[in-house]
Design a protein around this ligand. Structure first.
Ligand code: HMG
Ligand code: MG
Length: 301
């Protein structure tokens, strides 16, 4: 890796993190969290999800969150949308970038969005058409890229096929989700090699849950294959409500420490982010899942 590199971080704690916490936070607290994340230097921030509140009650009130967020030219606030209904609600709330989410496993697709992979891709085609008309950018997620909680192993070729469909329909970036965190560096490299056959590597992002403690190692492997965009959650908040036992995304603090060590620029203030983690942990009554935050906070005592 050369010395002047830049990584773009997509902060997903306020969505992927909070959607899996037992305590449901008010939109007002979520807005405070999001403003702090922006102050710490994060520039792409997932702020909510326009999904069914029956399926994911933690994300109810995402419209209130978006309406309260400051308009900042330097910050992109994004939201998950599973269908046209979600896209319309997101746009009404002022959201200018959304993400659709597919899976590389049929069983997971059914559990998560109540339809097959093919049906989901049809729905997303309709979302893309409407988003394009309205000038809204769309990112694509693929879940279960290195394993499914219900059916086990998933082939890189299956991930590449779904990713290619999303990319072809107009998603500007495909985030590869290791939903259950079972991936290892060798599997990560095989995955990215398969995906880069059909999508330029600069349109791929890594989304690693840290369930097995492999996320940082997987990010290193992905960096070696040329990926420069990673999703992460402040304080390691997170999981997925339809993935039993899954824990949070890799902690953003841990990714910053890794990137600093590699001399890779990221533009985020680690101290500000640790304070933000403490803010949200206090609201949730939990401890940080970031090893870096834990180590640096212990030094302050
Ligand atoms: P369904 O029940 O099949 O939907 O759910 P439906 O179209 O039959 O509609 C049923 C009801 O849902 C209706 O309401 C609709 O209005 C409502 P009713 O008439 O019964 O009162 N509805 C909606 N409400 C609000 N917003 C919407 C919406 N659409 C329909 N957009 C649906 C299908 C997709 C809606 C549902 O399965 C759902 O909301 N799923 C979301 C699941 C979810 O959010 N999972 C977590 C995010 S994915 C993730 O975490 C993975 C990721 O991090 C990457 C990784 O780690 O792998 C991205
Ligand atoms: Mg996730």
């Amino acid at each position: 890796m050369s010395s002047t590199q830049h990584v773009r971080l997509v902060e997903v704690g306020a969505r992927d993190g909070l959607q899996n916490e037992h305590l449901i936070l008010d939109p007002g607290v979520r807005v405070q969290l999001l403003e702090r994340l922006a102050r710490a230097g994060l520039r792409t921030i997932e702020a909510g999800a326009f999904v069914s509140p029956r399926w994911v009650p933690q994300m109810a009130g995402s419209d209130e969150v978006f309406k309260a967020l400051p308009v900042r030219a330097d910050v992109t606030w994004t939201a998950l949308v599973p269908n046209i209904q979600g896209l319309e609600a997101a746009m009404t709330a002022g959201c200018r970038e959304v993400a659709v989410f597919a899976a590389a496993s049929e069983a997971f697709s059914q559990k998560n969005i109540n339809c097959s992979i093919a049906q989901s891709l049809q729905r997303f085609e309709a979302v893309m058409v409407r988003a394009r008309e309205a000038g809204v950018r769309v990112r694509g997620y693929v879940s279960c890229v290195m394993g499914c909680p219900f059916t086990g192993s998933v082939k890189p070729e299956a991930v590449a096929a779904v990713s290619a469909s999303l990319y072809k329909m107009g998603c500007y970036e495909i985030s590869l989700g290791d939903t259950i965190g079972t991936g290892t560096p060798a599997a990560t490299k095989a995955l990215i090699e398969a995906c880069r056959q059909v999508i330029p590597v600069n349109a791929l992002a890594g989304h690693f849950h840290d369930t097995y403690g492999m996320a940082i190692a997987n990010i290193c492997a992905a960096l070696e294959t040329g990926v420069r965009v990673f999703d992460s959650s402040v304080a390691g908040l997170g999981g997925c409500p339809y993935s039993p036992g899954a824990t949070g995304n890799v902690a953003t603090e841990d990714v910053l420490y890794l990137l600093d060590g590699l001399g890779i620029e990221h533009g985020v203030d680690l101290d500000g982010l640790i304070e933000t983690g403490e803010f949200i942990n206090a609201h949730l009554g939990r401890e940080t899942a970031s090893k870096v935050a834990r180590a640096l906070l212990a030094k302050q005592q």
